[in-house]
Every structure is written in C-alpha cells, then in structure tokens.
Design a protein around this ligand. Structure first.
Ligand SMILES: *Cc1c(COP(=O)(O)O)cnc(C)c1O
Length: 390
C-alpha cells in the first residue's frame, strides 16, 4: 500500500466521554439511536459503526440504503440499523437484510407490498414518517385512513417499528413557534395512528431538539452531531450551560486530521511561492510543503489565511492552496524536519485548530465541512485503552 497523504484519527476515550454525557443527559430511560449518515459526519461510517456497537449502542441510523450497505456486515444482529431517507430500488435488499426503513408515502407502501409474495415470510420493518410541518417527507393526515387500512390488511408482512417526524431547525430559537406547532401535530397524529396500530416507538428529537425540548425525547432520540463533540449551534450550547454551575463544554472533539511535511524550502526576500503572485516573501522565509490541497478537502478559500499546527505552534498558509499541495510558513518555528506531523484540524501540544475556526476561514458550517472530508482519507482509532484509575 502507498502511504496516504493525510489521515484522520478518532479518539476513542473522547468518544466515550461524549457518549456518557449524551446517555446521562438526553437518553436516560430511552433508546439512544446514533446517526452516522454522511460517512458519520466525515468521521468514517465503518469506523464509527464499529466503535458505537462496541460501546453497546443498540440502534444506528443512516440516510441512504447505500450507506446501510456499507456497514451491514459489521452491524449483523448486534444492532438495529435504520434508513431514514428514500428507499426505491433497494427495498428487497433492505427487507432481506432486516434493515429498518422509513416509509413516508402511500406509493412507497404500495411498492413495499408488491414484494410481499416474493419475500417468503421475511417482514418489512418500517418507521412511519409523519408530515408535521417541515414539508419535506412524511404522510399527510389525510392519508391516514388508507395507510391504516393497508397496514391492518398486511400485518403479517409489514411490521411498524416506529412513528417519527423531523423538526425544522430546533437549533435556532427563531424557529420556536414552528417547532411547537410541529410537536402538537406529531402528538395528534400519534394518537390517531396508535389507536389502531397499538403502542410503537415514538421518535422525534435530533440533537438540538433533545437538548432544548425535554418532553419530546419520547421513546428514542436520534443523535448525530453531539456524539462527534459538536453542539448543533452556539445557541444550543448556551441553552445547555445556562443556569449550571459548571459552564465548561462537556463535549470533546474526537477527530484529528493530520498530514506530514514532505518538503522544506528556504526562499529569499521578494520570491513568490506557489502558483502566480498571490504570495511574495516579505523577508527571507522557510516554507514547509504539505501534500494536502483542495482535492483532499483543504478548501482553496484557506489560501493565505488558513492555519495549521507544526511543532506545537500555529503556522499560516503561504500562498494559494493547490489541488494536492499547500505551502506553510514555518520561519518562526525552528527545528521542523521532513516527515514531521502537521495537524489540519485538532490538537497538537496545547494548540488547537477547531473545525469552527477552520470553517470560519472557509465559510462552511461544521456539518458541511465535516461531511466534505473525503471518504478516501484513511480513518484510524487511537487512544483505545481505558486510562488507569488513580
Ligand atoms: C441528521 C438527522 C438527525 C441527527 O441530527 P443531529 O442534528 O446531527 O443530531 C436526526 N434525525 C434525522 C431524520 C436526520 O436526518
């Protein structure tokens, strides 16, 4: 194998800290479903699925069937797996592999029923997604009579595992009225449906909703961003710490994106570095090259303004970020050698480059930046051993 030009480390101890925090605060006496769509928010779906299951997680959720296919072998019977987005061509595969999936229209239900004779006693395990006001996916109330009749007629094939909906922006207080309306609509729909279907698992809350609205944690919470150590928004963090004695952030970032120095150059005053004339050395400079550019998710916007960590110090990007390489000014950091570790996101010594600061420089939000970290970057678990107790 060739050496990867950059790699991502996932800190297992920090992940455990986050899980403990989530369980204690938001998932007490209810099921915790961890959302690992978008390649586990860039952390690596296989890596994170394995880690979650080893930590005793009983439900994982992804968005697309292809994401389920990527991890189904390591999930096996140890954990439920839910597909929360559209299903189309994959229906038969989902049923055969006991993957649970969202149904959100009568057409999808009819398509599922078409497979009934083919499936030879295997059941479709479904979650009904209810339209409550986000106006994205979901059964409208006027479809309930047909929906309930069909479900009753085909009880032997379709097993309803849950009833769910998704809130339109619980991370921002400006959506408060809309969210409240959605919660009421969900309650109403659940009453109607469960009167005929019996009690099934209700789930409505993502991270922001679980933080903000205690009452809607219901039977299961679907937690994505928190497990990776990020708050859904600044507002939700403030909401959480307000009125608490300890106002420290209890979450820990678990991802560290690293590369190495592959070349070092001395440039004279007045020399240009890289393509074009965007960077001219205003004095004699030492430049380190790293083999990471915008093809690896290091945004071109970071040209002349991004920062990385080398030798436990902060070092600025010099010139344009290229497709596969970037120059770093290390003039003020003596002793840097070829092969030295460079941190693009994460900690080194007492310094850190947060995803938030990285995304400020590149105008991306946390969720977006993380999911854009290319899937081809290898992910490794580090710091797996429990610390020895003092
Ligand atoms: C992404 C997603 C979640 C998790 O959202 P976070 O804000 O990351 O906690 C929950 N439910 C659904 C339907 C989602 O698509």
């Amino acid at each position: 194998m060739f050496q990867a030009s950059s790699f991502i480390e996932i800190d297992v101890q920090k992940y455990r800290t986050n899980l403990h925090f989530i369980r204690k605060n938001f998932a007490k006496n209810r099921e915790l479903c961890l959302v690992i769509k978008g390649n586990a928010y860039g952390h690596g779906a296989r890596c994170m699925a394995k880690l979650a299951i080893d930590e005793g997680i009983t439900t994982l959720a992804v968005f697309e069937p292809s994401e389920a296919a990527e991890i189904v072998d390591l999930v096996g019977d140890r954990c439920r797996l839910i597909v929360m987005g559209g299903v189309d061509q994959s229906l038969q595969w989902l049923i055969e592999n006991k993957v649970e999936f969202y149904l959100y229209s009568l057409e999808d239900l009819h398509n599922t029923l078409k497979l009934k004779n083919k499936m030879n006693k295997q059941k479709a395990l479904v979650h009904l997604e209810i339209e409550t006001g986000m106006n994205r996916f979901g059964f409208e109330e006027n479809t309930f009579p047909d929906l309930l009749n069909l479900l009753e007629d085909h009880k032997d094939f379709i097993q309803v595992k849950g009833i769910s909906s998704h809130l339109a922006g619980a991370e921002s207080i400006s959506n408060f009225v809309r969210i409240k309306k959605q919660i009421r609509a969900f309650d109403r729909s659940y009453q109607t449906l469960s009167a005929r279907l019996g009690q099934v698992q209700r789930h409505l809350a993502c991270s922001a909703a679980a933080i903000r609205f205690k009452k809607i944690r219901l039977d299961m919470v679907r937690i994505g961003i928190l497990q990776y150590g990020f708050w859904p928004s600044q507002e939700t963090f403030i909401d959480y710490v307000m009125g608490r004695n300890d106002q420290n952030n209890p979450l820990q970032r678990i991802l560290c994106w690293k590369t190495r120095v592959v070349a070092i150059k001395e440039v004279s005053i007045g020399d240009y570095v890289g393509y074009g004339i965007s960077y001219m050395a205003e004095a004699a400079k030492t430049i380190a090259l790293i083999p990471v550019g915008y093809a690896s998710g290091f945004a071109r916007k970071l040209s002349n303004r991004g920062r990385v960590l080398i030798g436990n110090k902060i070092a600025p990007v010099a010139g344009l970020v290229n497709m596969n390489a970037t120059a770093i000014d290390i003039t003020d950091i003596p002793g840097v050698a070829l092969g030295d570790e460079v941190v693009l996101i994460g900690n080194q010594g007492s310094q850190s480059i947060s995803v938030a600061s990285f995304s400020d420089y590149s105008d991306q939000m946390n969720y977006e930046l993380l999911t854009r970290l290319p899937a081809h970057i290898p992910r490794y678990l580090v710091n797996e051993k429990a610390p020895t107790r003092q």
